[in-house]
Design a protein around this ligand. Structure first.
Ligand SMILES: Cc1cc2nc3c(=O)[nH]c(=O)nc-3n(C[C@H](O)[C@H](O)[C@H](O)COP(=O)(O)OP(=O)(O)OC[C@H]3O[C@@H](n4cnc5c(N)ncnc54)[C@H](O)[C@@H]3O)c2cc1C
Length: 430
């Protein structure tokens, strides 16, 4: 094992968050190293399905000192395009990345941290954990009760319909990942059942604009946890039911394309999958939230002079890029025949896709900053252990903290915090 090397700051992970941090540290002349177990942007290379596209438009890939400048700001990057984008970003400031270096342990030493990897050890005054929030598939415990021989797969390992054995597929979960995988299985001619849990329904475009353009304008994505009436509920919000195809993809569309929709999967019993009779209630709740968001957009569009300099009292006209007509989005429950089947024979299925979400995990972090669920306890990414930071956490401060577009705010805040706690002599030398 090589000798231990000293460095001011170690950033763990070279996804967009680790790169954003590295850019901010570079800008503040903080000596640092980014340790990455694979290659830069590894999860976008190896943990996304083949047809994957970002659900955020290209203009929403702003990073510190960097923004999309290509020909299609309203398009949606493939995973490969995002890898190239992030590699280009890393090169733009010569990010000091050490690839193929897996962090195996981080623990506190006298005044800082010892970072042990499979390629040597580093001591550092500061450590920034940027290993991602969407890491471990959250598969329900009852998955182990399913009949042996039934193929079970999580979205990070799923690549394309042809990889699954022939036959019907049960997709559990109907947020962005579940509906996209169900959609491409239907296109491939597979019979599909979707077990629907809580979700956030949104149209892809509304009044002539991408719905995320409106949410950005409304400040919804920038709302901080402190500003919300019920932070605990906000933390449990499911991801947005969107796809990067440029068109709306919701349960009504899946239903019309032939998917059988049913309620939340509760477990399995004697080879049968059991589902809650909550499909209409869950979709009705999503429709209520959808109406609320669309009404906010309507009110904003009608009352924001910068959208329409010609607006006159009583006769609102909209900016040329903003359509005056709001599209009608029929409530999902209205098109559903009922709550779907309560039980289905699992012998009829070739595979189950667990689109039930992803959780963070830090098995190598030997510093007492984790709560009982294994999540990092922090305030805006600053932990109780001096010099230990985290980036890219859910609602780290703003709602968009796990989005590519949100990292720049938290990275700048942490870089400022870290710089302030550096001893005066270090600052003078740099
Ligand atoms: C399916 C899916 C779709 C998404 N779509 C969008 C979208 O459209 N738009 C958007 O803005 N966001 C999207 N997100 C959310 C978010 O942008 C991604 O989760 C993003 O990958 C998070 O970036 P990150 O840098 O925090 O973590 P990651 O990209 O996961 O990067 C963490 C890095 O740390 C490395 N690492 C992990 N453990 C170690 C270790 N022990 N030692 C060394 N290195 C380690 C990993 O190899 C990885 O490269 C999506 C997420 C998922 C799961």
């Amino acid at each position: 094992m090589p000798a231990t090397t000293a460095v001011d700051t170690v950033v763990i992970g070279a996804g967009h968050a680790g790169l954003a941090m590295s850019r901010c540290l570079t800008g503040r002349s903080v000596e640092h190293l980014v340790l990455e177990r694979g290659r830069t942007a590894e999860r976008w290379r190896t943990a996304r399905w083949d047809s994957f596209r970002l659900l955020t438009p290209n203009w929403m890939t702003r990073l510190p000192g960097w923004a999309y400048s290509g020909p299609d700001p309203d398009g949606y990057m493939t995973a490969g395009e995002l890898v190239a984008y992030l590699e280009c970003y890393a090169r733009s400031f010569a990010a000091p990345i050490l690839e193929r270096t897996t962090v195996l342990q981080v623990r506190q030493t006298g005044g800082g941290y010892l970072v042990c990897t499979d390629r040597g050890a580093w001591t550092a005054a500061n450590v920034v954990v940027a290993t991602g929030y969407h890491v471990r598939a959250a598969v329900p415990a009852f998955a182990s009760d399913l009949p042996p021989g039934l193929v079970q797969i999580t979205p990070d390992r799923y690549r394309c319909p042809a990889d699954l054995p022939d036959g019907p597929v049960l997709v559990v979960g109907a947020s962005s990942t579940g509906v996209q995988i169900a959609d491409e299985l239907l296109t491939a001619g597979r019979p599909v059942v979707v077990a629907v849990g809580g979700h956030t329904r949104l149209p892809r475009r509304y009044r002539g604009r991408d719905v995320l353009w409106w949410l950005d304008r409304l400040g919804t994505l920038g709302r901080t946890l402190d500003e919300l009436p019920d932070p605990a509920r906000a933390l449990r919000e499911p991801s947005l039911q969107l796809s990067g195809t440029g068109r709306t993809l919701d349960l009504r569309i899946l239903h019309e394309r032939g998917a059988l929709l049913t309620g939340r999967m509760l477990g399995s019993e004697a080879g049968f999958a059991c589902f809650a009779d909550d499909l209409r209630a869950v979709t009705a709740a999503a429709d209520v939230r959808l109406r609320r968001v669309l009404s906010r957009i309507d009110a904003y569009a009608a009352s924001t002079p910068e959208l329409d300099p010609t607006v006159t009292a009583g006769a609102p006209q909209f900016h040329p890029t903003v359509a005056a007509e709001a599209p009608e989005l029929a409530p999902i429950a209205a098109v559903l025949p009922g709550d779907g089947p309560a039980r289905l024979d699992l012998r009829r299925f070739a595979a189950v896709v667990w689109a039930t979400g992803l959780r963070p995990g830090y098995p190598w972090l030997q510093v007492p900053v984790l709560d009982h669920t294994g999540r990092i306890l922090h305030r805006r990414g600053v932990t109780a252990a001096p010099g230990l930071y985290a980036l890219g956490l859910r609602f780290q401060h703003r709602r968009d903290a796990t989005f590519i577009d949100g990292a720049r705010h938290d990275a700048a805040y942490l870089a400022d915090h870290l710089t302030r706690r550096r001893p005066a002599r270090t600052r003078a030398a740099s």
